[in-house]
Ligand binder design. Structure first.
Ligand code: FES
Length: 209
C-alpha cells in the first residue's frame, strides 16, 4: 500500500546561506539587452523620386526667370549714370604763365596752355590722327605724337606725319576773379583738309592779352 506521505510535493531544497531557487533567479542581474540594429531606411540616403526632381528643376527655372525679369524691371528706376571727369577747370591767372608752352595741366586735364605776346589759348592734348597724346619737345620746339609720328608746331599746327589738321583748342574765358577757365568739351578746330573754317580766332578760342 502506498504511503500518503509520498504524494506530497517535495519541499524546495534550501542551500545554505541562500533562499529558494526562484528567489535566486529573481535576485540575479539580467544580462544587457543586445542593441537592436538600426532600421535600414535610416542609414540610406533618401533620393528624390525622378518626378519630384523634375518638378523641382522646373520650379527653380521658373523662379530664376521671374527673378531675372524682376531685377531688369528694377533697373529702370536706377538708370545707368556715367560719372565722367569734369572738363571745366580753373587754371590760374594769365600772369601765372610765361611765354611759350606750359605743360602744368597736361597730366591732370590733358591740356597745354600756350601764351603768346598778344593772346593765350589752350590746346587739347589729343592727336587728331587717332587720338594719342603727343609729347612736347622743348628742344625741338614742337609737339610729337609717339604713335605714328605726327608733328605739330608750338601753336598745334600739323606739319608732318599723318595728322590731317591742327590740334583742337579748348574754350577759354576769365571768371569774375580774373582766372582762366578752360573747357575741353567745347573745342575750336581748323579742319583745313575738309575746307573747314579756321575757328582759332573765334570768341572763346583765346584770351586777348
Ligand atoms: Fe598721332 Fe597717329 S595718333 S600720329
Amino acid at each position: 500500500m502506498a504511503n500518503p506521505e509520498d504524494a506530497r510535493p517535495a519541499a524546495p531544497v534550501k542551500s545554505p546561506g541562500a533562499g529558494t531557487t526562484s528567489e535566486a533567479s529573481r535576485a540575479a542581474p539580467k544580462p544587457p539587452a543586445a542593441a537592436k540594429p538600426a532600421p535600414a531606411a535610416a542609414t540610406k540616403e533618401v533620393k528624390p523620386e525622378p518626378n519630384k526632381l523634375r518638378r523641382r528643376l522646373i520650379w527653380t527655372a521658373v523662379w530664376g526667370y521671374l527673378a531675372a525679369n524682376f531685377f531688369m524691371f528694377l533697373r529702370f528706376f536706377f538708370p545707368r549714370a556715367l560719372f565722367e571727369p569734369s572738363t571745366v577747370h580753373t587754371i590760374g591767372y594769365p600772369s601765372d604763365f610765361s611765354l611759350g608752352v606750359n605743360e602744368k595741366y597736361k597730366q591732370a586735364y590733358r591740356i597745354w596752355v600756350v601764351k603768346e605776346p598778344d593772346r593765350l589759348f589752350v590746346i587739347y592734348a589729343r592727336c587728331v590722327h587717332l587720338g594719342c597724346t603727343p609729347d612736347w619737345k622743348p628742344n625741338e620746339n614742337k609737339f610729337k605724337c609717339p604713335c605714328h609720328g605726327s608733328g605739330y608746331t608750338p601753336e598745334g599746327i600739323n606739319f608732318e606725319g599723318p595728322a590731317p589738321r591742327p590740334m583742337d583748342r579748348a574754350h577759354v574765358e576769365l571768371d569774375a576773379t580774373g582766372q582762366i577757365v578752360a573747357d575741353s568739351s567745347r573745342l575750336f578746330m581748323w579742319d583745313r583738309a575738309k575746307g573747314g573754317r579756321d575757328q582759332f580766332n573765334d570768341p572763346g578760342a583765346y584770351i586777348p592779352l
